[in-house]
Design a protein around this ligand. Structure first.
Ligand SMILES: Nc1ncnc2c1ncn2[C@@H]1O[C@H](COP(=O)(O)OP(=O)(O)OP(=O)(O)O)[C@@H](O)[C@H]1O
Ligand SMILES: [Mg+2]
Length: 272
């Protein structure tokens, strides 16, 4: 496995799923082998890529141990929907797999709580497929509970989307504290944390203020790429497509391609 990236924040609606889906698509477009794991019972990433669940194994099955990640991973294209079994979509994406989620996952927390390895279920499953992908992205629910802990226990990188809104930084301390605790207790490999501004609106002072504030407090963590606010990002999921397929020449697609490139550069720099 190249890198495992958890996309997490306990704040709802900040762009976690949008970032997970489109960053995954951007890397797939660059011929990287990508695994997107939907770890949210809301299953927004699954729906965003136009997948219907009939007969599919889900993250719930993976966590409970009734399916392996390999069994649960479904090939999707950058365009969304189910790609052919060879794993190569008509759009030429090298390898873009999704492990879908479902409502069942909400109950998994209760079922897992008895197990001594409950924090490391996902990490252990991911270890078994580690050579098959360049990147695994994990879309977390808006809470710092057992599911997000599982993501952080598996990840080497935490990516936190920051919505350019009033009180944008509120709650970030808790995310970083959780990161620290997982790093110490469960996963010494979890090292890098990156912040990305989402829903940035050039026309508003608020976006500029949020950007300046994050820059001041987290100059090293803040990525330069900014995801603009655009209706295209809201529309694409209803077509079951990433924005790279839905509006390939638009600003959002460009931003997610830039985000993919910037993160890849950060990974390379960190490795040397
Ligand atoms: N850059 C953007 N511009 C415009 N709309 C956006 C942008 N990013 C996300 N959205 C929209 O904002 C809403 C919330 O985004 P998203 O679902 O990605 O957030 P989330 O953090 O995953 O939410 P949750 O916490 O519920 O999982 C969605 O309707 C999405 O389409
Ligand atoms: Mg989400």
């Amino acid at each position: 496995m190249g890198r495992i990236i958890a996309i997490a924040s306990q704040k709802g609606g900040v762009g976690k799923t949008t970032t997970a889906v489109n960053l995954a698509a951007a890397w797939a477009e660059r011929q990287r082998r990508v695994l997107l794991i939907d770890l949210d019972p809301q299953a927004n990433a699954t729906a965003s890529l136009g997948l219907s669940l009939d007969g599919l194994s889900t993250t719930y099955d993976v966590l409970l141990g009734t399916a392996s990640l390999r069994e649960a991973a479904v090939p999707v294209g950058v365009a969304g929907g189910r790609a052919n079994a060879a794993g190569s979509g008509a759009d030429g994406a090298a390898h873009f797999d999704l492990v879908p989620s479902s409502m069942d996952l909400a109950g998994a927390t209760i079922e897992l709580v008895e197990l001594t390895d409950r924090d490391r279920r996902l990490a252990d499953r991911l270890a078994a497929v580690h050579t098959a992908y360049d990147y695994a992205l994990i879309d977390c629910p808006p809470a710092l509970g057992l599911l997000t802990i599982n993501a952080l226990a598996a990840a080497d990188t935490l990516l936190v989307p920051i919505q350019c809104e009033y009180l944008a930084l509120e709650g970030l301390t808790e995310v970083l504290r959780t990161l620290q605790s997982v790093h110490e207790r469960l996963n010494p490999e979890l090292r890098a944390v990156h912040l990305v501004l989402t829903m940035y609106d050039l026309r508003t002072n608020l976006s500029r203020q949020v950007s300046a504030e994050v820059q001041r407090h987290f100059p090293r963590e803040l990525l330069q790429t900014v995801i603009p606010r655009t209706v295209r990002l809201g529309e694409a999921p209803s077509y079951g497509q990433s924005v790279l397929a839905y509006d390939p020449t638009g600003r959002a697609a460009a931003a997610y391609r830039a985000l993919g490139a910037e993160l890849e550069e950060a990974f390379t720099d960190a490795a040397t």
